[in-house]
Each structure stands twice: as structure tokens, then as C-alpha cells.
Write a protein that binds this ligand. Sequence first.
Ligand code: ADP
Ligand code: MG
Length: 320
Amino acid sequence: MGEFELIDRYFSQLGAQRADVVQGVGDDAALLAVPPGQQLVTCVDTLVAGHHFPHDSHADDIGWRALAVNLSDLAAMGATPAWAMLALTMPDVDEEWLEGFAAGFGALAMQHGVALVGGDTTRGPLSISVSLLGLLPTGTALRRSGARPGDLIYVTGWPGDAAAGLALLQGRLQGHGADRGALEFKFRRPEPRVAFGSRLRGIASSCIDVSDGLAADLGRLVAASGVGAVLRAAELPLSRALYALAGEARARDFALGGGDDYELLYTVAPGARQQMFQLAASAGAPACHCIGEVVAGRGVRVLGERGELPIPRGWDHFHA
Ligand code: ADP
Ligand code: MG
């Protein structure tokens, strides 16, 4: 199969059909209609086989992940995703793989109303780069830099589950049955908090998505805001499955240092607490837990019952 046939068969109609796509796949570039009063929000993330997912991952999980990691970035800005571009580098044309990849990517794109509007296809070691474009009302984006001393720190979902799922897949953690299945699924199929992120506009003072580990990403948020953070270890949400397979101390290390959560970590000023309660209690909201407080100063500290706890290092590609 040639390049054009491949693009036509797998990528020319992938995801949602949108009226604002003036020209999608097929011309030299895509042409998109940005509504007046809206800002364009863009991000790009590359997945390299063996680094961002195990070599033996299913193609549909890879397709899902390639879009999910970008959806999570837009969620953290409070944006609504609209259009995606896909730069795909692969060693050969494997139709079964392409079928699976397009199915995983397409299923998540449909869920979020995202149209694939263009891309590039080349030969080489497997690597997938997705660029995602979204919209939000001008001036309403959630930033990392808005946290102030006294703000409460919240996280969605159950951080650490995905990292434990990867550890199970790689044999660094042992376990069986439903708990194992649940954690592995959290790694294989992250559910970015897109709808919730857009509802945090006007409520959260700052926001970041947790991709490299809760403590490391909180460190970035407080650095951007020029403040510090104190977390209470006892308030960290640990899922029952994580607790059962890893035990309390290791579960906490997964929650603080493990990556791949794609949850939202955000701060709320005391005055917006009531709105936050209402949002958290509304239909479809993910679990939200208050895990600490923004303080004057810098850096992240984690307080346990007997004083400060060491913080496991987050994920950094260029760390020696
Ligand atoms: P050009 O040589 O003009 O850059 P290409 O042959 O790279 O054109 O691509 C032809 C069309 O197919 C373009 O509209 C491009 O955006 C689209 N395209 C190429 N690869 C992909 C892909 N992997 N996914 C989606 N669209 C793609
Ligand atoms: Mg091209």
C-alpha cells in the first residue's frame, strides 16, 4: 500500500466530523474556522516506543494514548479540544497495526468531538507526534501561575494507579485478579479530564495536568506561581486496588512520584471553595480531593504523621 492510499484509508475521515473544518486531510494544509471571541489553544506531544509505552503495547492503546496525553494538556488549560494533527513515523506498513491504532485514536477522538485534520506519514522507528488544537473564550485560560498562599490544592481521581499499572506490566510490582486488571487499565486507557477542566474556568486559580508525577508537577505549578506547597500525606487519595497491591508506603510513593496519571492538579482560593464543592458534587464530576495548601516560599513539602516525608523523584527524560 502506498502512502496516499494509507492516508486515505486510515486517516482521512478519523474522529468527529466538524462544520468548522473548512479543509481537512487532502490539501497542503488544513483550514480551520476559529470563532470570534475565542482563543486558539495548542499543544503537541510525541510518543516514542519503549520510552512512552512498552514495545509490546497494543496498537489501539497506543492510538488512544497519543491523543489522550494531548487532551490532558488542553484540559489543564480549561480548553475545549477541536482539531488534531498526526505525525506518524513507523518502520513499515502493517495494516493490522494501522487498523488498531486508528481504532484507538478514533474512539477517543469521537468521545471528545475532535476531528483529525491533517498530519504527516514517514518511515523510521515507531514514533507518534500528535498536535491538538482547542478553543476557549478569550482571557479565560487556566494557567500554572495563578496560585496564591492560602489557596487549597486539589487533585482529581486516584494518582499512582497508572504508574502501578505500568509497574505490573513490567514486572516491578506483583499482583493478580481484578486489582491488577484495574490498575493496568488505568495505564493503558487514561481518561483525560476534559469536561471537568473546562468547568474549572473561573473557579481554579491555577491548574496543571499530572503526567510526570504529582509532586514533580506540583513543583512546576508552584514554581510558575512563585509560591510553595504543603501536602498532607494522610489526605492523598489512594485507590483500594493500589493500596491492596502495593501497601501503604509504596502506594504513596506511586501516588507522589509515578507518572502517566493524566489527572488534574489545581488550586482554589478560599473564596471559591463553595463553587468548588458544588462543582465536585455535580453530575459527571470525577472524584476530587483536597490534599494540601499553597504557602509563601518555594518548593513542595509532604507532611506525614511524624514529620516531613521524602519526595520520590518524578519523570524527567533528560535527568542524568
Ligand atoms: P505534502 O507533501 O503536501 O506535505 P502529504 O503527502 O504529507 O502532503 O499529505 C497529504 C495530506 O494528507 C495532507 O493534507 C496531510 O495533512 C495529510 N496527512 C498525511 N499524513 C497524515 C496522517 N498520518 N494523518 C492525518 N493526515 C495526514
Ligand atoms: Mg507533508
